[in-house]
Write a protein that binds this ligand. Structure first.
Ligand code: SAM
Length: 232
């Protein structure tokens, strides 16, 4: 059975977008994963098909109505097997380990917010897990859902050509990845480090591990501290 994504959005035409190309696009064609979009507006009940209303308590912007969003969730993702993820800058930051966990499951329901956000009661009532893709504010949840799906789909079995390439990459061992080089051997006066041309796999592995550690320590002291903490 393929990994099943259902995306609830006011802009279904944004999907599959970039996920229709390259690795994810091929995997979609090969039915390694499936993508269903649900237009939240189709679940509006008034004659204007309204999906938003003014914020209780006043203030700028509009809020996605709980009854409309809940109806969209109930109609398309009533089962609770798949996690229901609400894209939200208030959510838990998305990590590679959460992505890997999602890839091991049956799929996910992704809910894309718009406007100022979503009525708090639907988050509680439908048990939505808020997920953030970073500390910045997007105009809508759709790019966040695309990011999350891209990260998950590449981990599904048979999607990446060389399965080993997922193992050494950034974050997998709590570290950033080492630098890469390819031909030509010398370019604009810069040479490929000699050790990488030595054919000595032991030395190469050691060099790469050292570079990974150096990079993580200097660029991401937070990751480095977390790793030291778990290995001490
Ligand atoms: N008023 C909200 C706040 O300050 O937290 C921001 C709402 S934003 C303009 C509209 C929608 O974009 C959100 O409901 C969410 O679905 C999505 N979004 C914005 N930034 C995001 C992020 N960093 N990660 C995930 N989703 C995000």
């Amino acid at each position: 059975m393929s990994w099943a994504a259902t995306v609830l959005t006011l802009y279904p035409e944004m999907f599959p977008g970039p996920l229709g190309h390259s690795l994810a696009g091929r995997a979609l064609e090969e039915e390694i994963w499936s993508l269903e979009t649900v237009n939240i507006r189709d679940h509006a009940t008034d004659k204007h098909a309204s999906v938003d209303d003014t914020p209780a308590g006043g203030g700028a912007g509009m809020v996605l109505k709980p009854d409309v969003l809940a109806a969209a969730i109930d109609a398309s993702a009533g089962e609770t097997e798949r996690p229901r993820l609400l894209m939200s800058p208030r959510g838990a930051p998305l990590t590679q380990s959460r992505v890997a966990q999602l890839a091991e499951g049956p799929g996910a329901v992704l809910i894309c917010g718009r406007f100022e956000g979503v009525d708090e009661r639907v988050i509680e009532a439908r048990n939505l897990e808020e997920v953030s893709i970073g500390d910045y504010v997007l105009s809508g949840g759709e790019p966040a859902a695309l990011v999350l799906l891209d990260a998950v789909v590449r981990l599904l079995p048979d999607v990446m050509g060389n399965a080993l390439s997922g193992e050494a990459e950034s974050f997998s061992g709590g570290l950033l990845e080492y630098p890469h080089y390819t031909r030509p051997r010398s370019w604009e006066g810069r040479d490929i480090p000699e050790v990488l041309l030595s054919g000595d796999h032991g030395r190469i592995a050691k060099w790469r591990a050292e570079r990974s550690e150096e990079l993580t320590q200097s660029r991401r002291p937070d990751l480095w501290a977390a790793r030291r903490h778990t290995t001490d």
